[in-house]
Ligand binder design. Structure first.
Ligand code: FES
Length: 119
């Protein structure tokens, strides 16, 4: 809940990592395989990563991941990366609501993309 009383959407599930740099692209793919219609990755602002460059590595990784997912018919908008600090509760909640709106506009992920992603 943010200081303004806003709460996260109820249909969001969280996976906590020490740093976005620990994000294995497979986590995102497993999310989609498990029925998620979108994935939001929230990390520290550039320059604020406790592990120095974790978020920069994630930025590059997410760019490539989106391109790869689009090859499987998954719209790039279904994966979103945002920089949010621990004191930006309102931005956190607003980002989640905005992502839920985006995913609702896109509609549910088609059944045809829940395969094994080429494994
Ligand atoms: S600690 Fe690395 S992105 Fe937050």
């Amino acid at each position: 809940m943010s200081s303004s009383g806003k709460v996260s959407p109820p249909n969001v599930r969280f996976i906590r990592l020490m740093c976005t740099g620990r994000l294995d692209p497979e986590f995102v793919m497993k999310g989609f395989q498990s029925g998620a219609d979108g994935v939001v990755i929230l990390g520290c602002h550039p320059g604020d990563c406790h592990y120095k460059e974790g978020n920069y590595n994630t930025l590059r990784r997410v760019y490539l991941l989106r391109r790869m997912l689009s090859q499987f018919g998954i719209e790039e908008k279904r994966v979103r990366l945002e920089w949010i600090s621990a004191c930006e509760a309102e931005k956190f909640v607003d980002t989640l609501h905005d992502m839920v709106r985006t995913v609702k506009e896109l509609g549910p992920l088609g059944k045809g993309v829940t395969g094994d992603f080429g494994r």
